[in-house]
Design a protein around this ligand. Structure first.
Ligand SMILES: *[C@@H]1O[C@H](CO)[C@@H](O)[C@H](O)[C@H]1NC(C)=O
Ligand SMILES: *[C@@H]1O[C@H](CO)[C@@H](O)[C@H](O)[C@H]1NC(C)=O
Ligand SMILES: *[C@@H]1O[C@H](CO)[C@@H](O)[C@H](O)[C@H]1NC(C)=O
Ligand SMILES: *[C@@H]1O[C@H](CO)[C@@H](O)[C@H](O)[C@H]1NC(C)=O
Ligand SMILES: *[C@@H]1O[C@H](CO)[C@@H](O)[C@H](O)[C@H]1NC(C)=O
Length: 348
């Protein structure tokens, strides 16, 4: 009897000592449901609520004191800038008001890297933020969501994860929000950073890091506490026969910046070079990025400087992350000083 009480007291004491982790659910495949356990396509995403996600992994309560917040329940293709601004403010509030020591955000895989990147450059605190997703719906045989959530909670409650900003975790790997990208439409090991590699891996519940905490080279920080919207930036895709008049259409539709997912190392056909004059006059920067999926876009490649007119280049950022960074830079500094805008993207 005495021993039972002692053990119970020891258990209570240790549970109360566990760090507070808030799980913010936004929707996605991880909350998806399909009638058949053998089907991993055409399921209904964003069905399960945050409590159901947590109940599916009761083991997380051995790692942390868990709070659940239902932020949204949408497929990540429906994520948008106004939601991201709210999500970023919520993360900062939960950490700064002391209600959480680590954050887990469940999200769809499709735009996970964009949201993770957005949060990483608008979050300036040391507590870990683990973005997590799944490739298989919750009803599938070998659904990857529950173990991914377990590992995300382990990451968010680990002292070794402090000062690493926003991370992405799936399939036992820990990836950088700046560099990691989705590389495969089906596979559970879809998230990769081809050039930069992973930050770490899991040994059961223990994150094993390959590096000391480090900031991605030149990673900026934007204070969005007073920001409610961001300028519209479009992405156009480079290909054989690409139509330069799309730039005009985009600008007429209100774009304040354009990122082109160019072929190769940011190459543009000659027909496009002429339009540099137009964007300079309209004050809408056009940025060369690459559709290849890895490495940086060389500044000045192809000598795209036409007299005083020039294109910007996205450096190490892929088109979808360059778009978000350009939104944040344009919001804070405008687009008229192209060398100032370019400084945020220069890879060296
Ligand atoms: C962003 O998404 C939310 C949730 O679906 C929606 O309510 C809101 O209208 C969207 N905002 C914009 C600007 O599209
Ligand atoms: C911290 O902020 C969250 C989100 O706004 C709120 O729900 C919670 O009550 C706050 N906690 C404290 C201790 O202020
Ligand atoms: C784009 O618009 C500008 C300004 O109206 C115009 O000078 C230019 O000819 C247009 N270019 C194309 C390719 O339509
Ligand atoms: C590159 O463009 C600049 C500006 O128009 C020009 O002065 C220079 O000669 C060009 N260089 C090459 C190698 O074409
Ligand atoms: C443009 O930005 C650069 C780099 O920050 C700065 O050196 C330069 O003075 C700025 N030019 C103007 C006209 O403000």
């Amino acid at each position: 009897m005495k021993l039972t009480i002692l053990l119970f007291a020891a258990f209570c004491a240790s549970a109360a000592d566990l760090p507070h982790v808030t799980i913010i659910a936004t929707g996605g495949t991880i909350a998806g449901v399909q009638k058949s356990s053998t089907s991993t396509t055409n399921y209904k995403d964003s069905e399960l609520a945050v409590d159901a996600l947590i109940d599916a992994v009761p083991e997380v309560k051995d790692l942390a004191q868990i709070n659940g917040v239902q932020f949204s329940n949408i497929g990540s293709e429906n994520m948008n800038t106004s939601l991201l601004l709210r999500l970023s403010k919520l993360v900062t509030t939960l950490i700064s008001n002391g209600s959480a020591e680590g954050i887990v955000i469940t999200h769809g895989t499709d735009t996970l890297e964009e949201s993770a990147f957005f949060l990483d450059v608008t979050y300036d605190m040391s507590a870990p933020v683990a973005m997590v997703a799944a490739m298989r719906p919750s009803t599938a045989l070998s659904a990857d969501g529950p173990f991914n959530i377990y590992e995300a909670v382990a990451l968010a409650s680990s002292k070794t994860a402090i000062n690493r900003g926003v991370m992405m975790t799936l399939n036992d790997r820990i990836g950088s929000a700046v560099y990691t990208t989705k590389t495969n439409t089906r596979s559970v090991d879809t998230f990769k950073a081809v050039e930069q590699g992973y930050l770490g891996v899991f040994n059961d519940k223990t994150p094993v890091f390959y590096y000391y905490p480090a900031r991605a080279y030149k990673k900026p920080f934007f204070d969005i506490s007073g920001v409610d919207s961001l300028p519209k930036v479009d992405i156009l895709y480079g290909h054989i026969d690409s139509d330069v008049t799309l730039v005009n259409n985009s600008i007429s539709n209100g774009a304040k910046g354009i990122v082109v997912a160019c072929t190769g190392d940011g190459s543009l056909p000659t027909t496009w070079k002429e339009i540099a004059k137009y964007w300079t006059e309209s004050g809408v920067p056009i940025m060369r990025s690459s559709r290849t999926g890895s490495s940086y876009v060389a500044p000045g490649k192809d000598n795209l400087t036409l007299g005083e007119y020039s294109y910007l280049n996205s450096g190490n950022y892929n088109p979808q992350k360059a778009r978000i960074l350009l939104q944040l830079v344009l919001n804070e500094f405008g687009g008229s000083n192209s060398s100032l805008v370019q400084k945020f993207f220069d890879p060296y």
